[in-house]
Design a protein around this ligand. Structure first.
Ligand SMILES: NC(=O)c1ccc[n+]([C@@H]2O[C@H](COP(=O)([O-])OP(=O)(O)OC[C@H]3O[C@@H](n4cnc5c(N)ncnc54)[C@H](OP(=O)(O)O)[C@@H]3O)[C@@H](O)[C@H]2O)c1
Length: 295
């Protein structure tokens, strides 16, 4: 009999890839987007999971509006902390395994090397606090739990999601004809969503539990990532470096948020390919979505 998997947030960048990868591996997959099941609705979460009785539950649902969260911290907390609590309680009742996603933003970015799973957390804003609280809630209710922290996710579904992703933002700005300013003093680890989905499912299938980091493998400044995007897509806009002092955002962000994949690799998973390769694959996949008729 096929193993049953549930995916919450199934139309987000990562959710789409989890569904695809799970189906490819022979799972019977049920996915819900927010209009189907809002994870903030505890009674509904319990009802749908009791009815489905899956072996494994993936939570790709999240409130990801990092700057807006500073104006509406409750909304971030409801989805990212209490929503995760709802899932954890329901998984405990049905004996399902929870696989939950968290963020590099649980760290403050003062490290001089990629963050490891045991490093002390120190979130810098409302979104980051809500995500850390989600981790704590999941750990409070469940032992058979996998938490994957990731960073700078980009997947082809970002073309159509409310929040989009950095690649889509850059491609949109490139067609606007205006100079584009991007921070050069913040380092991230852009992560390709299909690979994140595949590596996470592999960890879950190998029965790993606890916290794992899965980042893209190539630490890079946002400015250099923008440059790589334009080179890969064949655009030549006016790209100018800026920095945190000149480009103020409502939320503070960690300046250095590369995550170490060492633990993942020690678990026997393949290292992530170079970012340039992932970006090329992304651009091909997005082209197929934009122009489905083109051969
Ligand atoms: N994107 C990044 O750069 C990044 C970086 C680090 C970590 N992460 C983490 O990686 C995971 C996946 O992120 P992603 O990039 O795939 O995000 P995404 O594309 O923004 O997708 C998130 C999905 O969650 C849904 N959602 C929001 N609130 C919900 C709720 N209360 N109940 C049910 N669904 C809800 C959203 O639906 P609506 O569109 O209808 O709101 C959206 O479809 C998240 O845990 C995120 O925190 C992401």
């Amino acid at each position: 009999m096929a193993r049953k998997a549930a995916v919450f947030g199934c139309s987000g960048q990562l959710g789409v890839e989890l569904v695809r990868e799970l189906q490819g591996r022979g799972y019977e997959v049920t996915g819900w987007e927010r209009t189907g099941v809002d994870i903030a609705d505890g009674a509904k979460v319990e009802r749908v999971l009791a009815k489905l009785d899956p072996q494994v539950v993936f939570n790709a649902a999240a409130y990801n509006q990092v700057d807006i969260a500073e104006k509406e911290p409750q909304a971030a907390y409801v989805a990212n902390a209490l929503g995760v609590r709802n899932l954890a309680v329901a998984c405990r009742q049905t004996d399902a395994r929870l696989v939950h996603f968290s963020t590099d933003y649980v760290f403050d970015g003062t490290a001089q090397r990629p963050y490891q799973e045991e490093d002390p957390t120190h979130p810098l804003g409302a979104y980051a606090v809500s995500k850390l609280a989600g981790e704590l809630y999941a750990q409070a209710y469940l032992e058979n739990l996998l938490i994957v922290r990731t960073c700078g996710v980009f997947g082809p579904a970002g073309l159509r999601t409310n929040r989009g992703n950095f690649v889509e933002l850059m491609l949109r700005l490139a067609t606007g004809g205006q100079p584009i300013r991007v921070v050069e003093d913040h380092i991230a680890l852009p992560t390709y969503a299909p690979l994140l989905a595949a590596r996470t499912i592999e960890l879950a299938e190998k029965n790993h539990r606890g916290v794992f980091h899965i980042g893209g493998g190539t630490p890079i400044s946002w400015f250099n990532f923008a440059r790589l995007i334009f080179e890969s897509a064949g655009f030549k806009p006016s790209l100018q470096p800026t920095n945190e002092r000149e480009y103020r955002t409502a939320a503070r962000r960690p300046k250095y948020s590369a995550l170490s994949n060492e633990k993942m690799e020690r678990a026997g998973l393949a290292p992530m390919p170079p970012l340039g390769e992932c970006l090329k694959t992304y651009l091909v996949a997005r082209e197929k979505l934009v122009n489905p008729a083109r051969p």
